[in-house]
Design a protein. Sequence first.
Length: 121
Amino acid sequence: MRYACLVYFDPKKVFNQSQEAETVLRDGDVYLNELRTSGHLVTDGALQLPDQTMTVQVRDGKMSATDGPFMETKEILAGFLVIEARDLNEAVRIGAGIPLAKLGFVEVRPFVDFSKPRPKL
């Protein structure tokens, strides 16, 4: 099953050039290579900082766009990994191994399986 590992962090902590931050950033590449080798990594991507963001919405057929992210928070969505895992427990273990989890956090979310009936809300 596929899972998204959404990586959030405070850029002031990650880019402050502390030894911990430098180690986490360096270890990220090593961990990605381990996931590729093990067959768990489907794809990954780092995102630009929020000052490069546009938020778009369409209401009554009219589009509007504003500069910046949808929500203003200290922690930003910084990137993602799409992984293959047996189940949520394995996906959480893999997500916990992402070095940036030491400075921020990783949300592990299963992809929707469209071959199954949709859940009722």
